[in-house]
Ligand binder design. Sequence first.
Ligand code: MN
Length: 283
Amino acid sequence: MLHLSRTDSHFMAADYDYEKSKAAIAGFPMDLTVSGRHGTGSAPKRIREASYLLETYSPHLNMDLRDLKLSDIGDMELPFSVPESLEIISRVSEAIIKSNKRIISLGGEHLISLPIISEIKKRYKDIAVIHIDAHLDMADNYLGIKLSHDTVMRRVSEIIGMENLYQIGQRSGAKEEWGLPGREELLYPFDLSGITKIVNNIGKRPVYITLDLDVLDPSVLPGTGTPEPAGINYNDLMAALIICRSLNVVGFDIVELAPSMDISGSSAIIAAGILKEALLLYL
Ligand SMILES: [Mn+2]
């Protein structure tokens, strides 16, 4: 059985061979700036629990998680303060990146991607980001607040450069977000059919993938705080992630799972399934 977490202990206190691992999973259970319904704080824990229901072997890919050099550093304890939480996420990300490991993060709300990508940009100057989401997250502010899960990709674009942010699957956002200049070759809304163009455009550059699970249709994944109708299905998402396997993926995150919104528990299982396949594809 798949067992992603060997321990619930904190960073650098776990009992796996962290030094030899090529990638580290970290949970960032931040749930402070969501505009819809809360619940992302329990997501990393629920994803790990759900992972017990999955086999480590993937018949789709003919690969096994047990063959990966992977560590799980557990969930970070985050205070009820946005700047202090972001600072902790930065320091943890920096430590993982400096130890030459790829960083795999479990949200938490989408704002966690900002400090992670900021640290990645310090190492990989020519980083490109692929943002898979139902929402553009390109508002300059939300009710006057610059740092929130509604503005996270706008802030990311200011760090990596607007021209290095590829967005795909979006079907929601304010009119101003849709009207931002210069997005023609960078924004592929409504479905994931543009992924081949994105992969070809990025080529050999390092890439970070941020996956907001609400890109999936609410009938597929109801367990999220801001569900959006007319989404994509699981197989289309998986097909797009497989196309991305030719890329140099230096990190990815899976965010915005809100397990309490889905009493069946299947949303967390879907998240664990995506994590499993993504680990096999990119590590
Ligand atoms: Mn979203």
